[in-house]
Ligand binder design. Structure first.
Ligand SMILES: Nc1ncnc2c1ncn2[C@@H]1O[C@H](COP(=O)(O)OP(=O)(O)OP(=O)(O)O)[C@@H](O)[C@H]1O
Ligand SMILES: [Mg+2]
Length: 343
C-alpha cells in the first residue's frame, strides 16, 4: 500500500508526562501495527515541560508518519463529562439540548462551550435518552488545533479519554451481553475510569490521583527528591525489597486512596443506574506498569484487575520488537483507541 493513501489516523495522546503515538495499517478487524512509541517529556525544576509543536513534528517524522492524518485528545482543565437524561428527540435537536443541559453543569461561559455526547446504555424508561456529554472551553480546543497546525499535522479528530478507551476496548475484546467492563487509565496527573456495557460507554469519571501523587507521597514520606522517588517507584513498584518497608507502606497507602475512589464510583454506578456490578477491570496508562498494582487493586476493590493490552487484536509485524511493545503496551491504550477512529 502507498503510505499516503492510508485512511487510517495516527493516534497521538499528549499527556502531562509523555506523548504516545500509535498507527495501524490495514482495515478494522485486521489491523497491523505500523508504529507504536512513547516519548517522555523533558523535565525542568521537577515538572514536565508541556509538548510543543516542534516536538510533535519531530515525533511524527521519527515514526515515518509524515503526511498522515491524526486523532488526538481534548486536554485542558476545562474538560467535563456528565451523565444526563433527556426526552427522546430527533438527533438534530439533541446537540442543542446537550449544550443547554451542560450550561447548568459547568462554569465555562455559554458562548465558549464546545459540547459533544455519546448515547449511553440506557434509561429504563422508553421515552428517555441516557447520554454522556462532554464539554470543554473553545479556547482549549483551539489551542490543540493550532499546535497541530504549527506542527504541520492534519488533525481530523479531537475526542475525550473515555471514548478513546471505548474504541480501544472494542478493537481488542469480544463483548459479552450484559457484562459491565471497567477500564482505569492511570496516568501521571489524573486517572480516568470508564465503564462499558453492551458496546456503549455507561459511566465516566476523572479521579485526581495517579502516578505523580504516588511519587510525591514517596518523596515526602522518605525525604528524598522526586527523581529518586520516581526511580524507586519504577524499579520496585509494590514489590519493594525488605529494606524498603517504609517505602512500600507509603506507596500502598497512596494507591489505597485511588482504590477508595474506585470503590465509591462502582457503588455509585450500581446504585444510580441499576446496571449491576463491574466484573472485570483493565488498567491502562503509565502507572498500569507499576509492579504489583494489578494484584493490589484486585484485592482492594474485589474485582479481577488486568493490565490492558491494546494490541491483543492487532498483528505485530516480524520487524517490530514484540517484547518492547508488550512492555509499554498499557501506556498505548488511548493512542491505540485514537488510531482506530474513523475520520
Ligand atoms: N514502569 C513503570 N512503573 C511504575 N510507574 C511508571 C512506569 N512507567 C511510567 N510510570 C509512571 O506513569 C506515569 C506516566 O503515565 P502516562 O505516560 O500514562 O501519563 P500521561 O498520559 O502523560 O499523564 P496524564 O494522562 O495524567 O496527563 C508517571 O507517573 C510515571 O512515573
Ligand atoms: Mg494520559
Amino acid at each position: 500500500m502507498f503510505p499516503f493513501t492510508s485512511k487510517n489516523l495516527i493516534g497521538i495522546d499528549i499527556g502531562s508526562y509523555s506523548v504516545k503515538v500509535v498507527s495501524f495499517s490495514g482495515k478494522p478487524g485486521s489491523y497491523s501495527l505500523k508504529a507504536a512509541a512513547c516519548f517522555k517529556l523533558p523535565r525542568e525544576g521537577g515538572q514536565s515541560v508541556p509538548a510543543t509543536p516542534g516536538l510533535l513534528a519531530e515525533i511524527v517524522k521519527s515514526q515515518k508518519l509524515k503526511g498522515s492524518r491524526a486523532a488526538t485528545l481534548i486536554t485542558g482543565s476545562s474538560l467535563v463529562f456528565r451523565h444526563i437524561y433527556l426526552p427522546k428527540m430527533p438527533e438534530k435537536d439533541l446537540k442543542e439540548a446537550v449544550r443547554w443541559e451542560i450550561r447548568k453543569e459547568t462554569s465555562i461561559p455559554p458562548e465558549e462551550i464546545v459540547a459533544d455526547y455519546t448515547l449511553s446504555n440506557g434509561s429504563k424508561e422508553e421515552n428517555r435518552l441516557s447520554l454522556i456529554a462532554f464539554a470543554a472551553r473553545k479556547g482549549d480546543i483551539e489551542k490543540i488545533m493550532s499546535m497541530f497546525r504549527e506542527a504541520d499535522i492534519d488533525l481530523r479528530v479531537v475526542e475525550a479519554v473515555p471514548t478513546a478507551l471505548l474504541a480501544s476496548f472494542h478493537l481488542n475484546n469480544s463483548w459479552e451481553d450484559g457484562i459491565n467492563y471497567g477500564v482505569l487509565d492511570i496516568g501521571d496527573s489524573k486517572s480516568t475510569l470508564a465503564i462499558f456495557k453492551n458496546k456503549k460507554l455507561a459511566f465516566a469519571r476523572e479521579i485526581p490521583s495517579a502516578g505523580q501523587r504516588f511519587t510525591t507521597a514517596l518523596a515526602d514520606g522518605l525525604r528524598i527528591d522526586e527523581a529518586q522517588a520516581e526511580e524507586l517507584k519504577i524499579t520496585y513498584g509494590l514489590n519493594m525489597p525488605e529494606k524498603e518497608t517504609a517505602a512500600k507502606g507509603i506507596l500502598a497507602s497512596a494507591i489505597e486512596g485511588l482504590c477508595a475512589e474506585l470503590h465509591r464510583s462502582f457503588n455509585f454506578y450500581q446504585a444510580q443506574f441499576r446496571e449491576g456490578s463491574v466484573q472485570k477491570l483493565f488498567l491502562s496508562g503509565g502507572t498500569a506498569r507499576l509492579k504489583g498494582i494489578e494484584g493490589f487493586i484486585t484485592e482492594a476493590v474485589g474485582i479481577p484487575c488486568f493490565a490492558d493490552d491494546p494490541f491483543r487484536g492487532v498483528k505485530i509485524p516480524q520487524n517490530m520488537d514484540k517484547q518492547t511493545i508488550s512492555a509499554m503496551a498499557p501506556c498505548l491504550t488511548i493512542a491505540a483507541g485514537l488510531a482506530s477512529r474513523n475520520p
